[in-house]
Design a binder for this molecule. Structure first.
Ligand SMILES: Cc1cc2nc3c(=O)[nH]c(=O)nc-3n(C[C@H](O)[C@H](O)[C@H](O)COP(=O)(O)OP(=O)(O)OC[C@H]3O[C@@H](n4cnc5c(N)ncnc54)[C@H](O)[C@@H]3O)c2cc1C
Length: 527
């Protein structure tokens, strides 16, 4: 992968590769009409961003750092770097609202150029928004611009090299602009894998994974992204950070953790050293049926606490199981599809066989019904496809959005009930509220909710009211405002409650030290 290797650009108003856009099949249209009533909601065309606020004198400074061809001010490029891919982001883009477009898109190649751009921005009071894959769903790419001379998108797309592989220690050093598939392809050439497969895998970047503390769908086996990171470098307006010189240490607080999850507000992550695994020889996925969400969740807890986790482990509640299965009757009677669990195993033949046997014995003992490989294979085939359906539903006037949280096992039932009630209360009885357990730990799990409801006149306000109600319920239940989507701008008020007043002061102090002019992602993360 070289700095010039082309990257697939996502559609500015939709998710993903424009060539993979999907329309709803006729059969689904009928169901959507029945549930929500079809509406025609075409996207606006021909919108252009406001004129760039940066004049040529200022831009010449940037051109001198990265080269004139890597300072882009054309409308199309600026539109592509406007906000992320939450449903409100898509609704704004579909309405032709490009008010948050950057004044310029700057593409540095390497740590030194990033540092020089930050020094330029510090000197001229220009806000800087680091841009990885642009898949953010929490407003982390919509920084404040008031009080600044302008705002640039710092696009890391040219920083896509595998810098080092240590196959004795099993680590690899990657540049931040590598998208998920690009990083996996480079590692696969060495017989290695990272094993980080979030649903946004095809477009999200290594730097973004680190900056948001992302969690992939195989986290039961490979762990969260932050747990994979052994070292990183970052550029800040006040100098470089180079952290992680040993596999573990007692050298004070772990400063790597200050940059992981910092969402571009403390510095720009310019390389990440991750632990890697051997490419799996065998992959096997299967389905299990549980009579209830509680029974399936308890089984997950038992596996996690017995040290018996498969590589993939997820469990849909009754509503999600019924909606997601083309034929719910295939898992236990049309009236009672129960709850679908997907388990997946990756490794050598021996590892997979041993783990699969042990998990199968445990799940059978706990009351699960094995469904064979078909539901698992179906899940694997469709795992990156669902976001395209969101666009198709938005086209037909259905509001679809997700949110996630996490809590300890003893609080799971309360959190599930409270968030579901909050969403239903805000969106009305006509709303579908679905949930799955997406990530598990010895001590708890994350819950991932999806809602679908007929769009009202102001769907953004409609969602914001529901999201606020759910966020209040999450904090009242003592859970976290985000398990893996990060804070951005959307979660800031609840994040402040979660970390408390002293926590907020610590974050502000770190920001003031690393970024005294406050140019890095103003308004993102730090309350
Ligand atoms: C359809 C869909 C599915 C998703 N599924 C998952 C999932 O399964 N798991 C999950 O964890 N998340 C998921 N997400 C959320 C999102 O993909 C993650 O937050 C991802 O880690 C963001 O990576 P990115 O490269 O796209 O970052 P961006 O969106 O470009 O940036 C995210 C934030 O990090 C900052 N940033 C980016 N790069 C750097 C850098 N190098 N240094 C400093 N700051 C930086 C940005 O300024 C911004 O604030 C999903 C999102 C969508 C739209």
């Amino acid at each position: 992968m070289s700095p010039e290797t082309p990257t697939v650009e996502m559609h500015p108003q939709r998710w993903g590769d424009p060539a993979a856009a999907t329309a709803l099949p006729e059969s689904a249209l009928g169901l959507v009409d029945l549930a929500f009533g079809l509406q025609d909601r075409p996207a606006a065309t021909g919108a252009t961003p406001p004129p760039s606020a940066l004049d040529d004198v200022l831009l010449d400074g940037l051109r001198g750092i990265v080269g004139a061809e890597h300072v882009l001010v054309d409308d199309a490029t600026r539109a592509l770097r406007t906000r992320g891919k939450s449903t409100p982001d898509l609704l704004r883009a579909r309405a032709g609202d490009l008010a948050d477009a950057p004044d310029a898109v700057v593409r540095p190649d390497g740590h030194a150029e990033v540092e020089a751009v930050l020094a330029w921005a510090h000197e001229h009071r220009v806000a800087v928004v680091p841009f990885g894959g642009g898949t953010c769903v929490t407003g982390g790419l919509a920084a404040r611009r008031d009080g600044f001379a302008g705002l640039v998108s710092l696009d890391l797309v040219r920083m896509k090299r595998l810098l080092a592989v240590d196959d004795v220690s099993m680590t690899a050093t990657l540049q931040p602009g590598l998208r998920g598939p690009e990083a996996e392809a480079l590692l696969a050439a060495h017989g290695l894998t990272l094993g980080h497969f979030p649903q946004s895998f095809e477009h999200a970047s290594i730097g973004g994974f680190a900056a948001t503390r992302s969690s992939g769908q195989s986290s039961a086996g490979y762990g969260r992204f932050d747990a994979m990171v052994v070292g990183l470098t970052a550029a800040t307006p006040t100098g470089p950070l180079d952290l992680g010189s040993a596999p573990a240490n007692a050298a004070g607080p772990d400063l790597r953790q200050l940059l992981l999850g910092s969402e571009g507000a403390f510095g720009v992550i310019t390389s990440v050293t991750v632990r890697v695994r051997r490419l799996p020889e065998v992959r096997a996925y299967e389905g299990w049926r549980w009579p209830s969400f509680d029974a399936g969740s308890d089984a997950m807890r038992t596996l996690a606490q017995a040290g018996l986790l498969p590589t993939v482990l997820r469990l849909s509640d009754e509503s999600e199981t019924a909606i997601n299965l083309a034929d719910p009757s295939s898992i236990g009677g049309a009236d009672d599809p129960g709850c679908l669990m997907v388990t997946g195993y990756e490794g050598t033949g021996e590892q997979v066989a041993a783990r699969r046997d042990a998990v199968t014995a445990a799940l059978t003992r706990l009351g699960g019904t094995p469904l064979g490989t078909e539901p698992g294979d179906k899940w694997v085939q469709g795992r990156f496809h669902a976001p395209y359906l969101r666009d198709a539903l938005l086209d037909h006037g259905v509001l679809v959005e997700t949110l996630e949280t996490a809590t300890f096992w003893s609080n799971r039932g309360r959190l599930y009930a409270d968030v579901k009630a909050a969403l239903t209360g805000a969106l009305g009885e006509g709303a579908l509220v679905l949930c799955h357990v997406s990530h598990v730990y010895e001590t708890g799990c994350s819950l991932y909710f999806t809602v679908a409801v007929r769009q009202g006149d102001d769907p953004i306000a409609q969602w914001q009211a529901a999201k606020a109600a759910a966020s209040d319920a999450i904090i009242a239940a003592g859970a976290t405002i985000t398990h893996h989507h990060a804070v951005g701008t959307d979660h800031r008020p609840w994040f402040a409650e979660e970390v408390g007043e002293v926590g907020v002061r610590v974050l502000r102090a770190v920001k003031a030290e690393l970024d005294p002019a406050g140019i890095l992602n103003p308004g993102v993360l730090v309350p």
